[in-house]
Design a protein around this ligand. Structure first.
Ligand code: TXA
Ligand code: MG
Length: 327
């Protein structure tokens, strides 16, 4: 965990309009003062992020939300109460104090309270809401370690707080619960099953399920530099002369791959999610010409893993029938 002195200094950098990368329980965020349009603009610049892609605002405490946005729709309040701090991002009306650049001009705002003590201490010490996307260049792999941030963003960041590897390893689940039925806008670290248990049926927006509505509508995202292909069913035999990497869910493939990462030999989806981006970062650095990736069982956080693999893939192949997850 980052030292207290580090946090106080980083908070001062945030107040002065600087950029601070910090660990959350999901991935590292690239933070700026959400009340300061110029500071938020620096985030878009550092990430080479298109201005139409809105940021998530982070708060130190769930109790800070009504103070910022006023009375919440009851289902939104219920989800915040149930899952914060935690890997759930909620959609609320954008308050006037948040400059439109933070929400890319939308009159709604995405907001969450991270379940990471040092992140909340940073936000509390800064005394302002903190806008933070994942701390990677746009479209690339999300960072789950401080060194991923340094490698990806380097001098564009004023301070990087090192809290070690992140616990969940995959981004928050984004939910719009303002209407009659909650809509999952992005699958993430909070499994859909847990949402349903808390508030009843939810809609998963097409395109966030890992299965594109139509070929070509799937935005390339969360992608390594090396081409990645999702393989379903039978794992291809390695081809001689081609340096290929393999991302396995549970079992090692046949010998012959130049680099292999197994996400969870025990078949544990939570462990697999925590290791996903780190494994992809390593395969990306292994000097292979192609990465083949196997899907996880399509349940719980496995759905978010498969969503990210689908987006990382240059071409999509349909998922195989789900195998039972070992527990
Ligand atoms: O786990 C996470 O959510 C991490 C950590 C740092 O908190 N953050 C993260 O941020 O993944 P980012 O910027 O990589 O993804 C945020 C996504 C945007 O791409 C956008 O699709 C969605 O949140 N979003 C933001 N504001 C929104 C809004 N008002 N309505 C709908 N979607 C929104
Ligand atoms: Mg991101």
């Amino acid at each position: 965990m980052p030292a207290e002195r580090g946090i106080a200094e980083a908070a001062a950098v945030l107040r002065a309009g600087g950029l601070v990368a910090f660990p959350t329980e999901t991935v590292y965020g690239l933070g700026a003062n959400a009340l300061d349009a110029r500071a938020a603009a620096r985030i878009f610049e550092a990430k080479a992020r298109p201005s139409f892609d809105p940021l998530i605002t982070h708060l130190a405490d769930a109790a800070d939300l009504p103070a910022l946005v006023g009375t919440l729709p009851p289902p939104v309040a219920a989800l915040a109460e149930r899952f914060w701090p935690g890997p759930l991002t909620l959609i609320v009306d954008r308050p006037a104090v948040i400059p439109p650049i933070v929400t890319s001009g939308l009159d709604t705002m995405a907001v969450r309270v991270p379940d990471e003590a040092s992140a909340r201490a940073l936000i509390r010490s800064a005394g302002v809401p903190v806008a933070a996307p994942s701390a990677n260049r746009f479209g690339q792999l999300s960072p789950t370690r401080a060194e991923h941030v340094v490698r990806g963003l380097g001098a564009a960041v004023d301070v990087v707080l090192d809290g070690g590897p992140t616990r969940c390893g995959i981004e928050s689940t984004i939910v719009d619960a303002r209407g009659p039925q909650a809509v999952v806008l992005r699958l993430g670290a909070l499994p859909v099953e847990e949402l349903i248990a808390a508030i009843g049926p939810v809609t998963v927006r097409p395109g966030s399920s890992g299965q594109p509505v139509a070929p070509g509508t799937l935005a390339a995202h969360y992608a390594p530099r090396t081409p990645l292909r999702v393989v379903g069913g039978v794992v291809p035999e390695p081809v001689g002369g081609v340096r290929r990497g393999f991302l396995a869910f549970r079992e090692r493939p046949a010998a012959g791959y130049a680099a292999v990462e197994v996400l969870s030999p025990a078949g544990d989806l939570t462990e697999a999610a925590a290791r996903l981006f780190d494994a992809l970062h390593r395969l990306d650095a292994a000097g292979v010409t192609e990465i083949l990736a196997e899907l996880a069982p399509d349940e719980g956080i496995g759905r978010a893993i498969n969503d990210r693999l689908g987006r990382a893939a240059a071409t999509w192949s349909p998922p195989p029938p789900a195998r039972a997850a070992g527990r």
